[in-house]
Design a protein around this ligand. Structure first.
Ligand SMILES: *Cc1c(COP(=O)(O)O)cnc(C)c1O
Length: 214
């Protein structure tokens, strides 16, 4: 895990520098869903602090057992009946996409709106045309500091095939405002960084395959 984490950090730096960006402008979120606590602790011992989880019931015991200076990013489907607790436990929520989540929220989080950039059916996130409405709600919500946009994007084999989607998300963000762009995963984070990503969410390339039993 140590060599994989260092290697990913190096690749992030090189991707940023290739387009004249400061590597420090990209935050690496280690996506630790379905990974054992020991793996998170090992990353912590190497100095890593940002972790991404997608299910409340799995994240809760991990957050309780990890040191308090970790930064927890919620990247899963945000059910409104769990929003209150998620707002209490997490520092950043990447997946706002409806009003009910905001009404149920408590605590205070930094928030991103998830955009279904390729308008795929069955996917979370708002379509780009619905964005202005939810943006208003997020900005008005007293429990959220609005930061920007997030997308998962369609599964494609070739990272370059993702570029048009990454570029489109950045253009939308440039239009509506916000400093952050959460895009790029294990298979395509370099392309995402070249297109302006500020937060890459990387799981398997750091920790190896996920254990579905966890
Ligand atoms: C699981 C997950 C990731 C990480 O995926 P990898 O391919 O393992 O890097 C990133 N973002 C979201 C929203 C996820 O659910």
């Amino acid at each position: 895990m140590e060599t994989r984490l260092l290697h990913i950090q190096e690749r992030i730096a090189r991707a940023a520098e290739s387009v004249g960006r400061d590597p420090a402008s990209v935050t690496l979120i280690a996506v630790s869903k379905h990974q054992p606590l020991d793996a998170l602790k090992a990353a912590y011992d190497l100095g890593h602090r940002h972790f991404g989880e997608s299910r409340l019931q799995e994240a809760e015991p991990k957050i309780a057992r990890m040191p308090a200076d970790c930064v927890w990013h919620f990247i899963g489907n945000l059910q409104s009946n769990k929003a209150r607790k998620i707002g209490d436990l997490f520092d950043v929520v990447h997946t706002f996409d409806n009003e009910r989540q905001l009404d149920a929220l408590r605590g205070s989080v930094e928030g991103l709106i998830e955009v279904n950039i390729a308008e795929e059916s069955q996917k979370g996130g708002v379509s780009p045309v619905e964005l202005d409405t939810i943006l208003q709600k997020v900005v008005q919500c007293p429990h959220v500091t609005y930061r920007g946009l997030m997308t998962v994007g369609p599964a494609v084999d070739d990272p370059d095939a993702m570029r048009p989607f990454f570029r489109r998300l950045r253009e939308i963000r440039d239009r509506i405002g916000g400093d952050w762009l959460s895009m790029g995963m294990s298979g395509d984070f370099e392309a995402a960084i070249q297109e302006g990503s500020t937060h890459v969410r990387i799981g398997t390339a750091i920790f190896g395959p996920r254990d579905r039993a966890l």
